[in-house]
Design a protein around this ligand. Sequence first.
Ligand code: CUA
Length: 186
Amino acid sequence: MSAPRPASPRPEGQRLDHHTLERYENIWFGIAVVMALFLFVTVLASFFSGTYPSLTGEGGHHITGVKNGRLNPKNLAATPFATPGLRQNADGTYEAFVVAKAFQFEPAVLKVPVGKPITIHVTSADVLHGYFIEGTNINTTAIPGQVSSFTTTFRRPGTLNVICNEYCGTGHHNMINAVKVEVQEP
Ligand code: CUA
């Protein structure tokens, strides 16, 4: 018992009957299934082949308490992140440890020597934060449980602002700190 349909604008012969529509729908559904399977397989493949970034983080592989770029964010005390800041290793290389937490970076001011390669390790003590050094291409994410590491050389002395560019909560806009690039006394 269906109401009479309004006259189709198409001539009788071209009207889409439900068999045709179902065939189209089956085709679309088939394409969607193939795409979903493809995504599923590629995600799994990247997971097992180790190209999934968070599984093979090389960040800080030599750091105490850090394994495969990972650490326990609740136990930063067992890592050098317990005392954030710059240090010089026995071989003369520089490493800096930075902890992002709501809503500040530690150390508040990271002092680094000019013209020396410095490896900076960043992690978060709580939620996702950003670590962007103004005027440079240094821009990483501070992830709880992971270490983001990069090596850079600051070419000019001066003070650069560090900002959190990942929304992290009510104090997000206050997360501004500094890197102070200093000329070392000979
Ligand atoms: Cu930390 Cu936004």
